[in-house]
Write a protein that binds this ligand. Structure first.
Ligand code: ARG
Length: 459
């Protein structure tokens, strides 16, 4: 098979060069986008009188047949074709002869690969958002179910303040909400069509870039041809979005791992999401949660890889850019799969409130609430903090909880203290009272769930 540039060359490529140069093994994933782009391009060429109507018809028919062949797995990819653009064009020329040779008028692989990647990413952004939305719906349902159930809120992995399980879950709802918004922003910025930029500087032929842009569903054509073929910032942006979201997934997965440990047993992960041990018969390991925690590594890696590839490359196109796809595709697959599996796992997870309840009475979870109660009685917060600190110390020294303190104990701690100066010391009372906007009180959590549900419904 002769190369599409054989005119200028006396020799074919060395075999190892061919292998090293080829990206077909990776970028064949773009075939549908590549063909979609070519159909729009040839439609524009015909409208502008650059190719004849009947040539356009033949080319579109030929391209459609190639697509069907690839869809059905009947197309044979060959390393000699180098990349998906040449594979499709080569097959077209084979089928149509000279007519096929007209397709590559007023375009270059440089703008072709840029438009293919953007078309692919726009589609994938929609799919990732669908997965994120599913996760959000699962979280809303679970949060509703556990809006009143109390667990420990931690800071520094130390008992901090009581919160509701629903509240904790809704924290993740907010993180995934921002992940969706980040993707929407990325989509907006990349929704411009580079097709027709050609190699780097546009063309002398009378093309209509608005036509192709519209036909391919973009907002508008890109402004500057050189920029259109030179940057991969949309890939970088997508991978940053993916990295941030995978970081959220990883943190949540880590909580699942320790909530599932024997020490905590706050949840029990469904058998169908766990694995056993080949040697220890008693084991039920949270492998899915661990894998979810670990998958983030490869996505960060892909982000660093493309940032490094792009760094220092001069304008305009450089072959380095061909390295942009492998990591991108893997990140897309990893992110979607992680969201899908995690959402399903959460759906099947029940919190073990009996176990959680046992932990609620250690660690003086309501200390801040008592201090705030003193503030309501006119004490400056710093002083209240000090007094409650003395109460904690007394309790620790005497092996007591706040609820065990007697009038005499209080007197001994601080002369200002007395039983009637103390608030409702129950954990329930203290959670219920945290009604500040965004707080953990069940009424407030229900408001957050309602607003979250409205946001999802409007998406
Ligand atoms: N396979 C190439 C890539 O992914 C397509 C563009 C090639 N352009 C070129 N002038 N060699 O970047």
């Amino acid at each position: 098979m002769a190369n599409l540039w054989s005119g200028r060359f006396e020799k074919g490529m060395d075999e190892i060069v061919e292998k090293f140069n080829a990206s077909i093994g990776v970028d064949k994933r773009l075939y549908a986008c590549d063909i979609q782009g070519s159909i729009a391009h040839v439609s524009m060429l015909a409208k502008q009188g650059i190719v004849k109507e009947e040539e356009k018809e033949k080319i579109i028919k030929g391209l459609t047949e190639i697509k069907h062949k690839i869809d059905k797995g009947e197309f044979e990819f060959n390393i000699k074709q180098e990349d998906i653009h040449m594979a499709v064009e080569g097959a077209l020329i084979e089928a149509l002869g000279d007519t096929g040779k007209r397709l590559h008028t007023a375009r270059s692989r440089n703008d072709q690969v840029a438009v293919d990647t953007r078309l692919y990413l726009k589609e994938q952004i929609k799919e990732v958002i669908e997965n994120l939305v599913y996760m959000e719906k699962v979280l809303l349902e679970k949060a509703k179910q556990y809006a009143d159930q109390i667990m420990i809120g931690f800071t520094h992995v130390q008992h901090a303040q009581p919160v509701t399980v629903g509240f904790h879950l809704m924290a993740y709802f907010q993180m995934f909400k921002r992940d969706i918004q980040r993707l929407q922003d990325t989509y907006e910025r990349m929704d411009y069509c580079p097709l027709g930029a050609c190699a780097l500087a546009g063309t002398t032929l009378p093309t209509d870039r608005y036509f192709t842009s519209e036909m391919l569903g973009f907002k508008a054509p890109t402004e500057n041809a050189m920029d259109s073929v030179s940057d991969r910032d949309y890939v970088i942006e997508f991978l940053s979005d993916a990295s941030i979201s995978m970081m959220h997934i990883s943190r949540f997965a880590e909580e699942f791992v320790w909530w599932n440990s024997q020490e905590f047993s706050y949840i029990s992960i469904d058998d169908s999401f766990c694995t056993g041990s080949s040697i220890m018969p008693q084991k039920k390991n949270p492998d899915m949660a661990e894998l979810l925690r670990g998958k983030v590594g490869r996505v960060y890696g892909h982000l660093m890889q493309i940032l490094t590839v792009m760094k220092g490359t001069p304008l305009a196109y450089n072959k380095d850019f061909q390295e942009d796809k492998e990591g991108l595709f893997d990140a897309v697959d990893t992110w979607k799969a992680s969201l899908r599996i995690f959402a399903k796992m959460i759906e099947k997870t029940e919190f073990r409130m009996d176990r959680i309840e046992k932990h609620l009475h250690t660690g003086f979870l309501n200390a801040t609430d008592i201090a705030e109660h003193f503030v309501k009685q006119g004490m400056p917060f710093r002083e209240a903090h000090e007094v409650v600190g003395k109460m904690v110390k007394f309790c620790e020294n005497n092996n007591k909880d706040f609820t065990d303190l007697t009038e005499g104990d209080l007197e001994a701690i601080d002369s200002w203290l007395s039983l009637d100066r103390l608030p409702d010391l129950s954990i329930e009372g203290c959670v219920k009272a945290r009604v500040s906007f965004g707080g953990t009180a069940p009424v407030e959590v229900r408001r957050q769930i309602r607003v979250g549900g409205e946001w999802i419904a409007e998406l």
